[in-house]
Structure formats: structure tokens, C-alpha cells
Design a protein around this ligand. Structure first.
Ligand code: GLN
Length: 300
């Protein structure tokens, strides 16, 4: 498989087709700033391992990563504390529940099922190095920017929006995780989680993050990247993961800001942005683009 045969014209055509499919999608109302974005914004970036990069759409637009940050929180914590300590705080099994599921956490006795769910990501934020949440986030941001060669920044506006509309489901997750002994510093972990979800970038930054998983810098262990890709394949789209693993067959991660990141091992990355979401909280156009591109690449 190679990206080399794709033209910018072809990509532009797909961009327009995908955007047309989004008309019945919704924006996440529980984060007012995300509900206020232009639903017609859209961008796609393809990057291949030979260094080729194609971008179309609103390529300078920046947006918060939301749950697309979760695989990179996992990578960071794997690097910082190692798999043994990490394994005491979060599982690595798929769940058939949505990303915010409290029922799943309770059914598992307070042990988060996997790091792609909010419960698992919050548990991992507790293990991030640093004291205050702001310091933890800043160290993580610098680590990512250096390792992936991208330019993530904290979106203070979206963070204010998240903070001013407390997410009751996440608060319940924190309470249960704390009672079960999986959070040492509950408030700080939730604050860190909220901040890392508000790290923002343009479509090329998202693509660079994905490339780090297949072409890691010397400071990152390749087996940690493998582990992250495996979790993205089995858990990256939550309850929809098995369906897309079968249909598309590559590691994927979505975020409620409208991002879908797809990583094609040994080949390259597809990063997509379009805000309207389906019922499960995935970008409608993003999923369509990923599926269309992967099919196209497989056929050449
Ligand atoms: N920060 C968001 C939340 O906790 C992220 C969810 C998502 O992107 N799926 O709800």
C-alpha cells in the first residue's frame, strides 16, 4: 500500500463528498464551545512513510483533540512509568459501552476497562509526572511536540467552556475510581484530563501525532507504540470498534470535536476533521473519509 498515487484533486473530491454526508449530524452540546463551531469546517491530511504529505480543506483551522489525546496519554504513561505500574490502574480489554460509561466501571468493580474510555484516561492522568494539573499538562504538551514534531497548544477558551459546564458523568467516574482506590489525586487527575483534552492543533498536527506511532523518535520504545496501536484497533471507537476493525481494519481514534485519526501500519496516517457527529460521538465525514481512503489504497 502506498499514498503516492493519490492526487490533491482526488482528495478534494472526497472532501466535498464526505462533507455532504454530515448534514444530519449533531454537535456536542455538553461543551458549549464545541457546539458553537462552524459545522461546515472540514480538513483531511494524508501522510506517508516516504515523507509525502497531502492536505485539503481548512488546513489552518485549529481544534481541540478531545479523546484523540487518549492514545498519546497512554504512550506517555507507558514511557514514564512502564507497563507494570500502568497495568495496576487500567485494563486493556474492549468494552461494548460508550466512552463515558459509568455502568461499565461499576460492573468492573471500579477498575477502568481500557484507556480509551474516559474512566481509563482519567486513571492514567493520575500517573502523569508533575504536581499541579497545569504543570502535568505542560510537560506532556512539550514531550508530544518534541517527539511528534507538532505544535500543540492549550485552547484556554475550550478549557473554560469545559470547566464552566461540569460534566456530571466524568465526576461520577472520578468518585467511583477514587472509592475503588485507582486515583491518588482525584481533583488533579480530572483537571489534568480536562486540560489534555483541550490541547489543540491543526489537521497536520494530528497527522504528525499519528506518524509518531509508526515512526517513533529514538526516545520512544517501538513496543509501546505497538501497544497503543493495538488498543486503538480494539478500543479506539469504543462500542463501534469491532465493527470498524472488521470493515476498515486499521487502528482508529475519534474525538467529539470531530476528529478521526487512522494509522495504517508501515504505510502512513489519515487525519480527518469535520464536527458533525453520529449517535456514538464519531465524526460522520471522518469515518467515511477513513473508510474511502483505506479502500482506495488497498486497491492500488
Ligand atoms: N473531554 C471529552 C469528555 O470527557 C472527550 C470525549 C470524547 O472526545 N469522546 O467527554
Amino acid at each position: 500500500m502506498s499514498f503516492l498515487s493519490i492526487s490533491t484533486e482526488q482528495l478534494q473530491k472526497w472532501l466535498d463528498e464526505g462533507l455532504k454526508l454530515s448534514q444530519n449530524g449533531h454537535l456536542p452540546t455538553y461543551i458549549p464551545q464545541l457546539a458553537a463551531v462552524d459545522p461546515c469546517g472540514g480538513a483531511v491530511c494524508l501522510q506517508g512513510v516516504a515523507g509525502e504529505v497531502y492536505q485539503v480543506g481548512h488546513v489552518t483551522l485549529r481544534f481541540p483533540l478531545m479523546s484523540v489525546i487518549k492514545p498519546f496519554v497512554l504512550l506517555y504513561v507507558l514511557q514514564e512509568v512502564g507497563v507494570e505500574i500502568l497495568g495496576q490502574r487500567v485494563g486493556m480489554s474492549p468494552s461494548d459501552q460508550p466512552y463515558y460509561s459509568w455502568e461499565q466501571l461499576v460492573a468492573d468493580g471500579g477498575f477502568p476497562r481500557n484507556p480509551m474510555l474516559n474512566s481509563g484516561a482519567i486513571a492514567l492522568c493520575d500517573l502523569m509526572p508533575g504536581n499541579a494539573a497545569t504543570e502535568r499538562t505542560e510537560r506532556f504538551r512539550l514531550w508530544l511536540n518534541e517527539g511528534a514534531g507538532c505544535g500543540l497548544r492549550l485552547d484556554e477558551g475550550v478549557l473554560d467552556s469545559v470547566r464552566s459546564h461540569p460534566n456530571l458523568r466524568n465526576l461520577k467516574l472520578v468518585e467511583t475510581l477514587t472509592q475503588a482506590g485507582y486515583l491518588q489525586k482525584p481533583e488533579q487527575s480530572l483537571d489534568t484530563y480536562q486540560q489534555v483534552c483541550c490541547l489543540s492543533g491543526a489537521i497536520a498536527d494530528i497527522s504528525q501525532l499519528g506518524m509518531m506511532l509508526i515512526q517513533p523518535p529514538p526516545s520512544i520504545a517501538p513496543q509501546h507504540c505497538e501497544q497503543v496501536l493495538e488498543i486503538m484497533l480494539t478500543c479506539g471507537l469504543y462500542e463501534d470498534s469491532p465493527h470498524f476493525a472488521q470493515r476498515v481494519g486499521i487502528p482508529l481514534k475519534s474525538g467529539v470535536s470531530g476528529i478521526v485519526l487512522g494509522v495504517i501500519p508501515q504505510t502512513g496516517v489519515i487525519a480527518c476533521y469535520s464536527p458533525p457527529l453520529n449517535e456514538q460521538g464519531h465524526s460522520i465525514a471522518g469515518l467515511w473519509w477513513v473508510e474511502t481512503f483505506v479502500q482506495h489504497i488497498r486497491n492500488i
